[in-house]
Design a protein around this ligand. Structure first.
Ligand code: NDP
Ligand code: GDR
Length: 371
């Protein structure tokens, strides 16, 4: 039975990857950091599965900032595969906590690679690094491929650049089977609530059911290549099953703006919007509404505003990936389009909003708003 260690197992990708590897018969070990509140919500459904499956999932306390803990765990588990998904993954937050972001996202990766080397597992343990399209930052060519030069634009991206090159360096220096997946943005109903897509689907669902009144966003012109996390974790696994380790761009090859995503999500909720104004004075006003789907929305309501507090010190304006190498070498193609993904996210957030609205109606406090 193959053994995998997933750092970041409590996150969006970690939870989908754990499901995939359990289905494939792996023994799955996950790294979870200690928190003062529960942080395993994305995994809890797995403990309700058949005993044969749940007994193969083992969670360990640990942290990417703690080298001795990582070495001990890698020694105990001797994994065939390590998926390094843990990170301070929020680009805007990285401007607030640049040193912490570097410690976890850059040095954390080095600590894991060193654990493999120190323990003499160079020819046993395969390593996947969660690299990112943020490496391209101020883009030098469009679409971006594995050959496009990097120009990171945030402390997050600079830390991930270090991790990218360390992964390449340990492959070339010590013969470790180590790969970078250069993943473009990918989302799902399990996406963290402060990333823009989930903030949009969740807030619009809450507006439709009277729990909030307005969605405030930052740069609505930003263009992204959005895929579905389920498609992307499949590719993470595929990358570690090749004969020779290599780096791959994972993307859909299509891009839309944040504003376009708002339009898609609003439509799925039963609302048509019209955008007027520019920059900070841009607003999105309701021009038609299906009140069977959005009972608390009226024509003329202003649902979208821009709040400069969401602008970043340096922005990545446009990202568009070229996944040709993944298609030709690994036969990988994304199966879920952005429209289908958006509809899935909306459906999940509408169900949650309906439940919260019911709780509020009966005098219970509803869940926290998204920042
Ligand atoms: P999430 O933010 O959903 O998950 C991040 C995970 O890292 C969580 O499990 C979190 O734990 C854990 N973590 C954070 N800090 C530490 C630490 N110091 N030690 C141990 N664990 C830690 O991210 P995603 O699942 O979306 O992304 C997975 C990886 O892929 C990340 O590295 C991200 O940077 C990268 N990536 C993501 C893309 C995307 O669009 N989703 C695109 C390209 C790259 P906790 O639950 O306790 O917070
Ligand atoms: P990103 O994702 O920075 O691309 O990083 P995010 O969803 O945070 O932002 C995408 C774009 O939307 C703009 N934006 C807003 N963003 C947020 N979070 N909140 C807002 O209110 C808002 N308004 C507009 C942003 O400025 C940006 O241009 C994600 C993360 O998952 C990283 O870990 C990963 O490496 C990259 O994707 C690829």
């Amino acid at each position: 039975m193959k053994k995998a260690l997933i750092t970041g197992i409590t996150g969006q990708d970690g939870s989908y990857l754990a499901e995939l590897l359990l289905e494939k018969g792996y023994e799955v070990h996950g790294l979870k950091r200690r928190a003062s509140s529960f942080n395993t919500q994305r995994l809890d459904h797995l403990s309700d599965g058949p005993d044969e499956l749940t007994s193969r999932l083992k969670i360990h306390y640990g942290d990417l900032s703690d080298a001795s803990n990582l070495i001990r765990l890698v020694k105990e588990i001797e994994p065939d595969e390590i998926y390094n998904l843990a990170a301070q993954s929020h680009v805007a937050v990285s401007f607030e906590v640049p040193e912490y972001t570097a410690d976890v996202d850059a040095l954390g990766t080095l600590r894991l690679l060193e654990a493999i080397r120190i323990l003499g597992l160079e020819h046993k343990t395969r390593f996947y690094q969660a690299a990112t399209s943020e490496l391209y930052g101020l883009v030098q060519e469009t679409p971006q491929t594995e050959q496009t030069p990097f120009y990171p634009r945030s402390p997050y991206a600079v830390a991930k650049l270090y991790a990218y090159w360390m992964t390449v360096n340990y492959r070339e220096s010590y013969g470790i089977y180590a790969c970078n997946g250069i993943l473009f943005n990918h989302e799902s109903p399990r996406r963290g609530g402060t990333f823009v897509t989930r903030k949009i689907t969740r807030t619009l669902a809450r507006i439709a059911h009277g729990l909030e009144t307005c969605l405030c966003l930052g740069n609505m012109d930003a263009l992204r290549d959005w895929g579905h996390a389920k498609d992307y974790v499949r590719m993470q696994w595929m990358m570690l099953q090749q004969e020779v380790a290599d780096d791959f761009v994972i993307a859909t090859g299509k891009q839309i703006s944040v504003r376009d995503f708002v339009v898609l999500a609003a439509r799925a909720i039963g609302v048509e919007l019209e955008f007027t104004g520019k920059g900070v004075s841009e607003t999105g006003t309701v021009v038609s509404v299906d009140q069977s789907k959005a009972p608390m929305v009226n024509v003329g309501d202003v649902l979208i505003r821009v709040d400069p507090k969401y602008f970043r010190p340096a922005e990545v304006e446009t990202l568009l990936g070229d996944p040709s190498k993944a298609r030709s070498k690994l036969n990988w193609k994304p199966q879920i389009t952005v429209d289908v993904m958006c509809a899935e996210m909306v459906a999940s957030d509408v169900a949650e909003a309906k439940r919260d609205a019911l709780l509020r109606k009966h005098g219970f406090v509803a869940a926290n708003p998204v920042e």
